[in-house]
Structure formats: structure tokens, C-alpha cells
Design a protein around this ligand. Structure first.
Ligand SMILES: [Zn+2]
Length: 439
């Protein structure tokens, strides 16, 4: 049981209700119980001076890798959800490419127990589309959905056989679940390390062509057209991909899409030497691609920002670029990086920006709409949009350190996260002069 909290004078940004106003908010137990001007602080309440801060619904990450089961040297449910809470997240969608992969009832059951025991926030597990992520034989999707799989994906690997994908979409519709696509043409991307172009040539590396993504998206869209089952494209990286999804949406197809903070803030030209922390899939692309992703977020082609938080050990990353593991961590830097890029640069207003982490992300997987209205669950992220801080992987909450943003000066930070009314992350330094303990 926690004490009631009164958040005083913050800017309440609640995209679902389009509310954007300075007011007080009271939480008691696991609920938001009052919202208004000058709420009374009663004995026993903890008051927080929230002037200048944003009060947002807790964020949703549609794509992260928590590595539990089996890869605890990289991350686990405990450390991964601690990192997520630090980033302002209260719900994360965990991908199924663990060891073993989540492709059967027994494995999902172990994972669900681990989540119940160790998660600091809500973890929604994804189950595999195909057994062993081999792209051939479907998992028992109906059973896995009934047990609690929130979506299906072989993320990390594409599904190359379109007959398999078409059947999977039929079962996904039966289970009322979405399939999340890691769109990649394996033959075109074979051996590629970074984006195909001058940089790859100069470094003597095989490139990953744009077509390696767009060919996969184009054919998957045609399968969606034939089944009309909901389908989500994660981590779009190039301009042509955005255009394909834009046209599919215009055709009325049930497709959605997201982009990652790293694709929104880095380009292939910013890769530092041979640093494997810039190696990810899909790869960093060009400035033109990045601008197209931003345009897609602005016009609603892209529904959400998702981290693709992909922890790896130092041994996995401190290798020649060709051999190093693929992916970067991102739960703790997502907000600040994209806040600078999208709000700081004038592309989006704060309410539109927060929607990409909350009200627009939730419908992608048919999740409950996050809300700050009275009687909503008290899942809240409190953001200081002006706080300048230096991100360090050494003081971060993730077990892994593979971030190209280590040492970067950032503006804007989540400083307090409530999950079901309990504080699950507190930036003590940022809050020291704002917290008034109960009298
Ligand atoms: Zn992926």
C-alpha cells in the first residue's frame, strides 16, 4: 500500500482525451481519483511540485527484447523492466526470439510465471509465428493467444514463405491477434552489414539495400490484402517503406507501422568508425529516409515510436563489425532522443508527440487506451522536458551497454514513473526539491 500522491501544477498531456492543461492530479491506491485546480493536500499525502513538468500516461513500447528466457547475461525481466520504467514505460511488448523461443505453451507458461514474479511494469509477451522461428511450421497460435500471447512475430528473422504467412494471418485473425513483421528479404540482405551506399563501399563492407526491406513489405502488403488480417510493420527504415504503408492505408488495409528512435536520430553517415553499437537491423539509412520517417509520423502513416531495445553483452559487440551482434538498447533514451528530434525541431506538438508513445500505440495491438482521466489506472510518466542530462550506460538500468548514445548530452527526461499507483522509477536528483513527504 502506498500513500496517496498529489501532483501539483503539472502540464497534463492526455492524448486520448486531447487534454492539455495545467492542473493537479491525485492518485490513491492504483487509481487516478481526482483531477482539477488546487486539489487539497491531506495529511498523509505525498505532494509533488510538478510545475514545468509533463504529466503523461505511462508509455507503451511495442517492440523490445528482454532476453528472458535463456540470455540473462544480456538482460532479463527484472533489469529490462527497470530500464523501461526509467524510460517512462509502464507497458512493454516483449519479442519471442529468446532461447528457447516462445513457440509452445510450456515455454510461454514459464515466461508468464517469470513476468508475474519479476516484472516492475506490465510485460506483454509475443509468441512466435513459426516453430523454432524457422519460417515453416506454424505454432499453435490459438492456444498461445488464449494463454496470453499479445501478438505473434518471428522478429529477428523474416517470414520468407508467403504461403506460411498467409496461413498465419488466417490463424491470427481467428485468435484476434496482430502479426508483427520484421520485413527483410533474406536473399537481398545476405551478408550485408550496413546500408548499401558510399559508406559501405568506403569501408569495404557488403551493403544492405533499400530493396531488402521494400520488397518484403510490398509482398506482405499483398498477403494482407488477400486476408484482410491486421498486420504491423515494425522498425521501418526507409522512405519507400513509408510510402508503401501510406498507400496500403489509403487502400483501407488493416496495416500499422512504427519507427525506432535510432532510425529517427542517426544516419549511415554518423556511424563512428568500426563501432558495432551502430550495427542494427534494419541498418541506419540516409537523411532522406529519416525525413520520410518523420513525415510518416506527422501524417499518421506511422502509428508509434518503438524502441527495438536489443541488449547484447560486450563480448557480443566488441568484435569485428562483420561478426558483431545486431541491435542497440534504447528504453532509457527513446524519449529524450525523439523529443529533441520531433518536438525540439518543431515537427510535432507535445500532445501529438506523447500520443506516439500512448494513445496511438495502444490500438496497434488492441490494448486498453492509456488515460489520465478519473478512475483510470494510475500508470503515469512524469517528464521534465527541459532537463539536460548526460546518458551513461554505466549508470543506466539495463544490464547491457550497447548504445551509440553513451556520453550524449540530452534534453528532456522521464523523472518519475508510476505503475498501478506505485512509483517504479524515481530520479531522486531531479525530484529532490519537488517532493513534499507526508506530514
Ligand atoms: Zn526486427
Amino acid at each position: 500500500m502506498t500513500t496517496p500522491y498529489v501532483l501539483q501544477g503539472g502540464l497534463v498531456l492526455d492524448p486520448a482525451s486531447k487534454q492539455e492543461s495545467v492542473m493537479d492530479l491525485r492518485l490513491d491506491g492504483d487509481r487516478i481519483v481526482a483531477l482539477g485546480g488546487n486539489l487539497e493536500v491531506k495529511p498523509g499525502d505525498t505532494a509533488i511540485d510538478a510545475r514545468g513538468l509533463w504529466i503523461c500516461p505511462g508509455f507503451i513500447d511495442l517492440h523490445c527484447h528482454l532476453r528472458d528466457l535463456g540470455q540473462k547475461d544480456k538482460e532479463d525481466i527484472e533489469t529490462g523492466t527497470r530500464a523501461a520504467a526509467a524510460g517512462g514505460y509502464t507497458t512493454v511488448v516483449a519479442m519471442a526470439n529468446t532461447e528457447p523461443p516462445v513457440d509452445n505453451a510450456a515455454t510461454l507458461s514459464v515466461l508468464l510465471n517469470r513476468i508475474a514474479d519479476r516484472a516492475h511494469i506490465e510485460v506483454l509477451p509475443v509468441a512466435c509465428v513459426t516453430k523454432g522461428m524457422e519460417g515453416a511450421e506454424l505454432t499453435n497460435m490459438v492456444e498461445l493467444a488464449e494463454m496470453g500471447a499479445v501478438a505473434f512475430s518471428d522478429d529477428g528473422l523474416p517470414i520468407s514463405n508467403m504461403a506460411v504467412l498467409r496461413r498465419a494471418l488466417e490463424y491470427a485473425r481467428l485468435s484476434e491477434r496482430v502479426i508483427i513483421s520484421h520485413a527483410e528479404d533474406r536473399d537481398l540482405c545476405q551478408g550485408g552489414i550496413i546500408h548499401e551506399g558510399a559508406r559501405a563501399t568506403a569501408m569495404g563492407l557488403s551493403g544492405i539495400p533499400i530493396a531488402g526491406e521494400t520488397v518484403a513489405i510490398a509482398r506482405e502488403i499483398e498477403i494482407v490484402r488477400s486476408t484482410n488480417s491486421p498486420y504491423h510493420f515494425t522498425h521501418l527504415s526507409c522512405a519507400q517503406s513509408v510510402e508503401l504503408v501510406r498507400r496500403a492505408k489509403a487502400d483501407g488495409l488493416p496495416v500499422t507501422a512504427d519507427a525506432t528512435p535510432h532510425h529517427l536520430t542517426l544516419t549511415v553517415d554518423q556511424i563512428q568508425g568500426w563501432d558495432a553499437n551502430y550495427k542494427m537491423k534494419p541498418p541506419l539509412r540516409t537523411q532522406i529516409d529519416q525525413e520520410a520517417l518523420i513525415a510518416g509520423l506527422k501524417d499518421g502513416t506511422l502509428d508509434a515510436i518503438a524502441t527495438d531495445h536489443a541488449p547484447h553483452t560486450r563480448q557480443d559487440k566488441c568484435r569485428p563489425l562483420e561478426e558483431a551482434s545486431v541491435g542497440v538498447i534504447g528504453l532509457e533514451t527513446a524519449l529524450a532522443l525523439t523529443l529533441e528530434r520531433l518536438v525540439g525541431a518543431g515537427h510535432l506538438r507535445p500532445l501529438e508527440f506523447i500520443a506516439l508513445f500512448t494513445s496511438k500505440a495502444a490500438p496497434v495491438l488492441d490494448l486498453p487506451q492509456p488515460s489520465l482521466q478519473i478512475d483510470s489506472t494510475a500508470n503515469i510518466a512524469i517528464v521534465d522536458p527541459a532537463l539536460r542530462w548526460t546518458y551513461s550506460t554505466s549508470t543506466g538500468q539495463s544490464r547491457s551497454h550497447n548504445s551509440p548514445f553513451h556520453g550524449r548530452l540530452l534534453t528532456g527526461k522521464n523523472i518519475l514513473t508510476f505503475y498501478q499507483g506505485r512509483p517504479v522509477f524515481t530520479d531522486k536528483q531531479a525530484l529532490q526539491n519537488r517532493l513534499k513527504e507526508p506530514v
